[in-house]
Ligand binder design. Structure first.
Ligand SMILES: Nc1ncnc2c1ncn2[C@@H]1O[C@H](COP(=O)(O)OP(=O)(O)OP(=O)(O)O)[C@@H](O)[C@H]1O
Ligand SMILES: [Mg+2]
Length: 498
């Protein structure tokens, strides 16, 4: 169905794709696997007409094609679900689907669009209200809207760039049901994910990219998670961890009876209490949207506290603004790195000092000291293996996982005593995830108090001394490491108590 031959794509200072061959047949899920910055999204943007390859040939349904724009790709039957969504937030699902279609439909003509959307969503189990406005939808629903938009345009080949990175485990299950059905209907699917169990579960074919080149090809029946990790990274990767014994110290973060309102005005955190001691990782598990984000934002001074109390090192925060809280030695890895973690237009170096640029040695006598800023940035780029041609690169040009590494590098190296870490390895490749987990455990050994918020149950189970499960802004229950099984935590997450 799709045949890529010898595709090469260069950016200034970067060879993103290097003579790549890649084929997808109709009725097949072909997974593209590779480390952050390996060139997966670039290759897919070429398939979708967003980038023009410098060299190479694209054949689609037996014909050589030149794809000058996404419109070209869509006309030919190629659809793409992006790593960062592309819907218009103020329009409804149906309006987004109709957008750009011939004749630009007015609101009055939406009847047929709605009807066909309903048919499609029924056929493929993609539940959605065609009249819902995008910004009010949860990420899982937005994604269904994106898929429906592509299907509405009769896509025969669907590119899904890390579709599961933003989904909860039950949503992933639902998505996979849909994707299998699409495959069985004869669609070609290209799937990208860093989660190896998903890759093993869904793929028919797997192609591995490393540094822009195809480094291997395999199938789930001929491989294992360990082998896939090795193919990607070029060395064996530790997929399981044990915790070293640490003597826990005093209470560093204490939250009692906290009430915080969410964006829609309802109580997102509703009487929650939790405490984290020095040398301890407390995992906060729960299906997303149960108050985790609002809790983190309240602790960091990014969202007002309506009732209850937050104490750092035993005392109420004297200045509950983001700057005041950071001065107490609290650092934060936010869940949405593009929105809250970095300034995309800033360089890598600028983002590396975003939270402490006003301190020595980065500022001397009121002036920025570019020498020490450069030294620190280069050191962090090196230690955290951030893939970038230079520290002067605008951060938005980095691949998704490498942007996450910039945030992690900055937040893990400012001598924090309390770390609030949300979804630290979302979208991060397996080698980098291993590295981030090691750094997190190192912080624990050094006596930091860590609140780990993650939807990745494996991650929470592997790293936490205790797991607190939240549901609807309240604590559903707590499980000690020794008793923490996926079943025990999963049951609490769905609201079942012993
Ligand atoms: N528009 C751009 N300008 C400059 N460099 C770019 C641009 N887009 C991508 N790159 C670079 O090309 C390389 C490949 O990036 P790409 O986004 O394809 O990686 P990826 O495999 O999708 O990684 P991830 O798993 O982190 O999403 C990276 O080094 C990236 O910094
Ligand atoms: Mg990518």
């Amino acid at each position: 169905m799709l045949e890529l031959t010898n595709i090469t794509k260069r950016f200034p200072g970067v060879l993103a794709n290097d003579s790549v061959d890649f084929t997808v047949e109709a009725g097949q899920v072909h997974t593209l696997l590779g480390e952050n910055g390996a060139g997966k999204s670039t290759l897919m943007k070429i398939v979708y007409g967003l980038y023009k390859p410098d060299e190479g040939e694209i054949r689609f349904k037996g014909e050589t094609v030149k794809l000058a724009s996404p419109n070209d790709a869509i006309q030919r039957g190629i659809g793409m679900i992006h790593q960062h969504f592309m819907l218009v937030p103020t329009l409804t699902v149906a309006e987004n689907v109709a957008l750009g279609l011939r004749g630009n439909l007015s609101r009055a003509d939406m009847g047929p669009v709605r009807a066909r959307l309903r048919d499609l969503s029924e056929q493929y189990g993609l539940q959605i209200d065609p009249d819902a406005v995008i910004w009010q939808l949860a990420v899982g629903e937005r994604q269904r809207a994106e898929i429906l938009k592509a299907l509405y345009r009769d896509a025969e080949l669907l590119v899904l760039d890390e579709p599961t990175a933003v989904l909860t485990p039950p949503e992933v299950d639902d998505l996979f049901v849909t994707l299998r059905q699409l495959r069985d209907d004869g669609k070609g699917l290209i799937f990208i994910s860093h989660k190896l169990h998903e890759v093993m579960d869904l793929s028919d074919e797997i192609t591995v990219l490393r540094d822009g080149r195809v480094s291997g090809h395999t199938r789930p029946s001929e491989s294992s998670r360990e082998q896939l990790a090795q193919m990607m990274v070029g060395r064996p990767v530790e997929l399981h961890r044990t915790l070293a014994d640490v003597e826990v110290g005093e209470e560093r973060l204490s939250i009692s009876d906290l009430v915080v309102r969410g964006d829609r005005g309802t109580k997102a955190v509703d009487g929650l209490s939790i405490s984290v001691k020095a040398g301890e990782i407390v995992g906060l598990a729960g299906v997303s949207g149960n108050g985790q984000r609002e809790l983190a934002e309240a602790v960091l001074g990014l969202r007002p506290v309506e009732a209850g109390e937050i104490k750092v090192a035993g005392k109420p925060r004297p200045d509950p603004t983001p700057r005041g809280v950071r001065q107490l030695g609290v650092s934060y890895v936010p869940e949405e790195r593009m929105k809250d973690g970095v300034v995309g237009e800033f360089t890598v170096a600028e983002n590396m000092i975003l939270v402490d640029y006003n301190k020595a040695p980065y500022t001397k006598r009121g002036l920025l000291d570019f020498g020490s800023i450069g030294r620190r940035s280069r050191d962090l780029v090196d230690r955290f293996s951030v893939k970038t041609p230079s520290i002067e690169q605008p951060t938005r040009h980095l691949s998704g996982g490498n942007i996450q590494k910039v945030v992690i590098a900055r937040e893990f190296t400012c001598d924090a005593e309390v770390l609030v870490v949300a979804q630290p390895t979302r979208g991060v490749d397996i080698g980098a995830a291993e590295y981030i987990h090691e750094r997190l455990l190192e912080q624990r050994l050094n006596g930091a108090a860590i609140l780990l918020i993650s939807e990745d149950l494996d991650e929470v189970l592997q790293l936490s001394d205790r797991i607190v499960v939240v549901l609807e802004g309240r604590v559903m229950g707590e499980v000690q490491r020794a008793d923490a099984t996926p079943q025990a935590v999963g049951l609490l997450m769905s609201g079942v108590t012993a």
